[in-house]
Ligand binder design. Structure first.
Ligand code: NAP
Length: 292
């Protein structure tokens, strides 16, 4: 665990826009540091710290929600037209606040297919899928907004409650093999902790507007699934070749297999000095196994 000093404190108020899997983990952790964190969802929740924001039907948060906000983390994906929902609806409001920082969770899909090569932040984005073009457009909108935004490009997110174990338990697992295919991943705790590390050290570290958060070891999906079966002490079903399996996959599932890249974390972990909690899928999945 990285050591947090006290530069984030109860004077900081965070709005977590889009409090799904990553947002909830971040909100929980930032509160433990003494900060206030209000979270949004598209429908009402029984949680006094939650408010409704839904760009699909223009439900906008009450003005009071924004009082004293210092930090915003947006975890909301692009809308169907490739616009950023937060900027489309709340840009003027955000400009009127004295914000210290905005974090935007993006995806490493913007790099496109590198046929297994490493990609880093200095590589030109080369989106392949339509959804990644939309994402790159949202990144551009955030950068051009002139707001104090930092963009985090994320590969496949997993953690307790959302991992291969759930797929096995719910009988949704597909054991597919495709030669030389790798995926990068990140444990949800490392997304939160990396961001907090950067905020805690904001004054001493050089500011980078775009940062990948990925673990050290991109690898095949098969290795990950095999490891989960081993932990469960169960026999893994025989893998099916991708070519034989692809017809039965949904278009979205197929699309993930059409890109092959290794996401570099050197900027975050070497240049900026963040120490991953879960350096690889084995460490991360052990945590999921113990907390599922
Ligand atoms: N999952 C992955 O492996 C992965 C990988 C790379 C990047 N990402 C991206 O990283 C971000 C966080 O990922 P995640 O998996 O933690 O997300 P998530 O669990 O799907 O949460 C997304 C949040 O956005 C809210 N939201 C969606 N559309 C909205 C709209 N039009 N207006 C207002 N709120 C809206 C959802 O509201 P409700 O709570 O009401 O549903 C939810 O709280 C997302 O942008 C995601 O696309 C995800």
């Amino acid at each position: 665990m990285n050591n947090f000093t006290s530069s984030l404190n109860n004077k900081n108020k965070f709005l977590i826009l889009g409090c799904g899997f990553s947002g909830s983990f971040f909100a929980k952790t930032i509160r433990q540091l003494g900060c206030t964190a209000l979270t949004s969802s598209r429908s009402e929740k029984k949680d006094i710290n939650n408010f409704v924001f839904n760009s699909e039907n223009n439900v906008v948060p009450n003005k009071k929600i924004f009082d004293g906000v210092t930090h915003i983390l947006s975890c909301i994906p692009p809308d169907k037209n490739g616009k950023d929902p937060v900027l489309r609806i709340l840009k003027n409001k955000l400009e009127s606040l004295s914000l210290e920082w905005i974090g935007y969770l993006s995806t490493t899909g913007v790099y496109g297919n590198t046929k297994g090569d490493w990609v880093s932040e200095i590589d030109h984005p080369n989106p392949f899928h339509q959804r990644s073009h939309k994402r790159l457009n949202c990144e551009k909108e955030w950068i051009e907004s002139g707001l104090p935004v930092q963009i985090f490009r994320l590969p496949g997110i997993y953690g307790p409650g959302r991992s291969t174990f759930e797929a096995i338990k719910n009988k949704k697992i597909r054991v597919i093999s495709k030669k030389n295919q790798v995926f990068s991943r990140i444990h949800v705790a490392d997304i939160t902790n990396a961001i907090i590390y950067l905020l805690q050290n904001k004054n001493s570290l050089k500011f980078y507007q775009i940062i990948n958060i990925a673990d050290d070891e991109p690898c095949s999906q098969l290795e990950v699934i095999q490891y989960c079966y081993d932990l469960l002490d169960l026999k893994m079903p025989k893998p099916i070749l991708f070519e034989d399996a692809k017809e039965a996959l949904s278009p979205i599932a197929q699309s993930f297999w059409m890109e092959n890249r290794r996401v570099s974390n050197k900027l975050l972990c070497e240049t900026l000095g963040y120490k991953l909690i879960y350096k690889n899928y084995k460490l991360g999945l052990k945590n999921c196994y113990l907390n599922s």
